[in-house]
Design a protein around this ligand. Sequence first.
Ligand code: NAG
Length: 251
Amino acid sequence: EAGPPGLPGTPAPQGPKGDAGAKGNKGNYGFPGLKGQKGAKGDTCEQRDQGRQRGQGGPRRAGSARGMAGKQGDKGEQGRKGSKGEPGPTGTAGPKGDPGPKGGRGAPGRKGSRAPRSAFSAGLTRPFPPPHVPIRFDRLWFNESADYDPNTGKFRCGVPGAYVFSYHVTVRGRPARLSLVASGRRVAKARDTLYGQDIDQASFLTILRLRAGDQVWLEVAKDWNGLYAGAEDDSVFTGFLLYPDGVEVLL
Ligand SMILES: *[C@@H]1O[C@H](CO)[C@@H](O)[C@H](O)[C@H]1NC(C)=O
């Protein structure tokens, strides 16, 4: 069995000096040194040139032929605004525009032309007209147009429209049978039976719509032509335009 550790021994005496070791590695850079003193004043260019002229300088040599192109410079500042240019040539016409808004109502127009007129009133000058032909009321009492012809006893419509026709006749000595004829048609008939020296009046009035060219007249029947005309007795045929068709009459 091992016993306990023994007591420390006494130190040994110093041994002999060893050989020099190998060269160590290069050390790190040191800190920068202090600023040096100002140097003496050098020659100016002018003094150098003078020295060369006096032959003191070395031989004059030409510089290298041409230097290398420098680097591109920085971009310059933006220039000032230029002056205004000449106006350009006229362009071609553009497309037609939309129609404008409707204009306001114009001033009222002038009065239109005169309203058409047609009116006549004609009397009989001889009694007992012949039958079945237009009675010639040959004395014009009133004449406002050439529509009624006293030579034929016919009214000829010039202005289409509504017309009033009437007769007021004296009947004496014979019976009378009167017809108003319009466009070849008997549109109104009337009789008066009278004999001897008696005197009577017969009358009639109607409204007819006529077209241009329509003809209107009065006629008596055979043996019934007792229409009379004398100093004291008149027989009158009258017609006039009541209003025209399709014409706006400005008054
Ligand atoms: C009736 O009057 C019209 C117009 O004024 C005229 O043209 C015509 O000749 C007259 N007729 C007669 C028979 O006087």
